[in-house]
Design a protein around this ligand. Structure first.
Ligand code: NCD
Ligand code: ZN
Length: 353
């Protein structure tokens, strides 16, 4: 196959940041994606519906005029979150989901949740109104090895929560282990998972073997090869419970290339091209559309996009920019460590926008 036309994709987990960075990174998503679930981990975080409205306006103000893109806003759950505010934001369509960060699990998660008991009232309300909880699935205790944090979270936090509140709709974000894949596959309802392009393409050797490479460091950290293969199988299977969340998480180079670097991989500029490569390698190009354009809307109970994008296979490898500038500072783009031969060709939009 050398040409593939699919419904325009969505990104179900995206960090757009704010200010200069927002202006620089947003067009890389809005050029190819119709919608994205916008992560709320700004400093300070997007906690209330009013915060989400203001952030949404800043995103739309930064959007290139030629692009049509809908940011789907999320709220950052804290132990002080007001269930009435969450419900109001969800009912009027301002917010799509709420994100649970275990406190300290990742970038800007200091205001996250320490005790699930403290957020039970808001989770119960979300279950009642059919609102999705997106969750960063890692425990944070220092005595749990970083490579085990996802598996331990599933067993000690998510399984008990799902038993306590089976009606809560959950998306296990950026799943990185075979344990996560099995956990999702074992669920009968109300559980989906996002998978990033990078976790389908790299394992932990990319970060640690032959030198330390900070641009491959993200959270949850990439695991060993057997886990990557389990993720590949899940993503390319067509199973509707798995869908794309890029977790594109830009940080300027000085914050990555230092003694204690930030977690996050900026993959928005080449996500679709990388995924076409992955699905081609696995003989599953016919299932790419399910992963990037159909399964996500089905889980979130939203209509699929009517626009189409066309991917074209070319003989010469596609040339991606190695870096994108955010003001005067560079942000390194995800390097998939292999030539990419799929390029995105955008077709005219039927609505003319
Ligand atoms: C994300 C970020 O930088 O905001 N980093 C990351 O490594 N994925 C936060 C997150 O999603 O964990
Ligand atoms: Zn993220």
């Amino acid at each position: 196959m050398t040409k593939l036309t699919i419904r325009k994709p969505d990104d179900w987990h995206l960090h757009l940041r704010d200010g200069e960075m927002l202006k620089s990174v947003l067009p890389h998503t809005s050029a190819t994606f119709a919608r994205a679930i916008i992560m709320p981990n700004l400093v300070p975080p997007v906690v209330t519906t009013a915060d989400a409205v203001a952030y949404r306006e800043r995103i739309l103000a930064a959007l290139p005029k030629e692009h049509s893109f809908t940011p789907l806003m999320t709220l950052y759950l804290t132990e002080g979150t007001d269930p009435d505010d969450v419900e109001a934001g969800f009912r009027d369509g301002t917010v799509t989901a709420a994100k649970l960060y275990p406190a300290g699990a990742t970038t800007n998660s200091q205001s996250g949740v320490r005790s699930i008991d403290k957020v039970m009232p808001v989770l119960e309300r979300m279950a009642e109104i059919g609102m999705t909880m997106c969750v960063h699935g890692e425990v944070t205790s220092a005595d749990v090895d970083i490579f085990d944090r996802e598996a331990v979270f599933l067993e000690t936090v998510l399984a008990p929560l799902r038993e306590r509140l089976p009606e809560l709709r959950v998306v296990l974000e950026h799943v990185t282990t075979s344990d996560g894949v099995d956990f999702v596959m074992g669920a009968e309802k109300n559980l989906g998972a996002t998978i990033t392009p990078h976790h389908l393409m790299i394992n932990r050797n990319a970060i640690l073997a032959g030198g330390i490479r900070p641009h491959y460091y993200c959270l949850p950290v990439a695991k060993r090869e057997s886990h990557r293969l389990a993720l590949r199988k899940a993503a390319t299977s067509g199973d509707a419970r798995f869908f794309l969340g890029t977790d594109s998480a830009p940080h300027v180079d000085p914050s990555k290339e230092c003694g204690c670097g930030c977690a996050g991989i900026f993959c928005a500029p080449n996500t679709l091209e990388c995924l076409a490569t992955v699905f081609e390698e696995d003989g599953a190009l016919d299932r790419l559309e399910a992963f990037v354009s159909l399964n996500g809307p089905a889980y979130y109970r939203l209509p699929v996009n009517e626009e189409r994008v066309t991917l074209v296979r070319q003989d010469a490898p596609v040339d991606f920019p190695a870096k994108v500038m955010a003001g005067s500072e560079a942000v390194t783009v995800f390097d998939p460590m292999r030539p990419i031969h799929w390029n995105v060709e955008r077709t005219a939009c039927p609505q003319g926008n």
